[in-house]
Write a protein that binds this ligand. Structure first.
Ligand SMILES: N[C@@H](CCC(=O)N[C@@H](CS)C(=O)NCC(=O)O)C(=O)O
Length: 209
């Protein structure tokens, strides 16, 4: 059965999902949706996702959007028990906690940038305060949710690297910097370059930062 992902090359939530697809080596048919051309508002797409957002996944007769929900679904569906999202209830709950914290707190702080191409000093400070909390946690563990790579690292890794690319200065957060280098070495260099660095650079160029 073919799996389809509607995505946008620059969209951070789309990239989180595409990194997982690479890591699990899944065969997924990827379709680009141009947000600039308003393709996400066309009936062909809103009939699939009435919330008109990427990423959106189709697995047979099942359609799913919300990047972090797609992450957990893909591991459970195609690699159940994988250490990226293990079966143990408490381990999963810890990973879920980080996923929700990312999308509801960290990435949410960057939304004004996505909408306007800039964030004010209040949002900048809020993001740094939250990043410091992550940094304190990473002082205790190798990865976000413990000592193994999980989907929480993919999620927060994209958010943190995106924030740095748009000019939020996290250089003083040594544990985040150590973890970022770890992520870069864990993902194949092609994946890191294609799904983290290059799209961030393109966004910086697009928004004239
Ligand atoms: N919470 C959603 C956010 C997805 C999102 O914001 N996607 C943007 C692109 S980065 C989008 O599709 N925007 C078009 C729209 O909202 O109409 C997720 O994690 O999947």
């Amino acid at each position: 059965m073919s799996i389809q992902l509607f995505h946008n090359d620059l969209s951070p939530p789309s990239r989180v999902v595409r990194i997982l697809i690479k890591l699990l080596d899944l065969k997924v048919e990827e379709t680009k949706i141009s947000l600039i051309a308003d393709e996400h508002l066309r009936p062909e797409f809103t009939s699939i996702n009435p919330f008109h957002q990427v990423p959106t996944l189709i697995d047979g007769d099942f359609t799913l959007w919300e990047s972090r929900a797609i992450l957990t679904y893909l591991v459970d569906r195609f690699a159940p028990g994988n250490s990226l999202y293990p079966s143990d209830l408490k381990a999963r709950a810890t990973i879920d906690r980080w996923l929700y914290w990312d999308i509801g707190t960290m990435y949410a702080t960057l939304r004004p940038f996505i909408a306007n191409g800039s964030i004010d000093s209040e949002a900048d400070q809020l993001f740094k305060d939250k990043a410091k909390e992550l940094d304190d946690s990473l002082a205790e563990t190798k990865y976000v949710a413990g000592d193994t790579l999980t989907i929480a690292d993919l999620s927060l890794g994209v958010t943190i690297n995106f924030s740095v690319a748009i000019g939020i200065d996290l250089s003083g957060l040594s544990h985040i910097n150590r973890w970022t280098k770890q992520l870069e070495s864990d993902l194949k260099s092609d994946t890191w370059s294609r799904l983290v660095v290059q799209p961030n650079n393109a966004l910086v160029w697009l928004y004239h930062i």
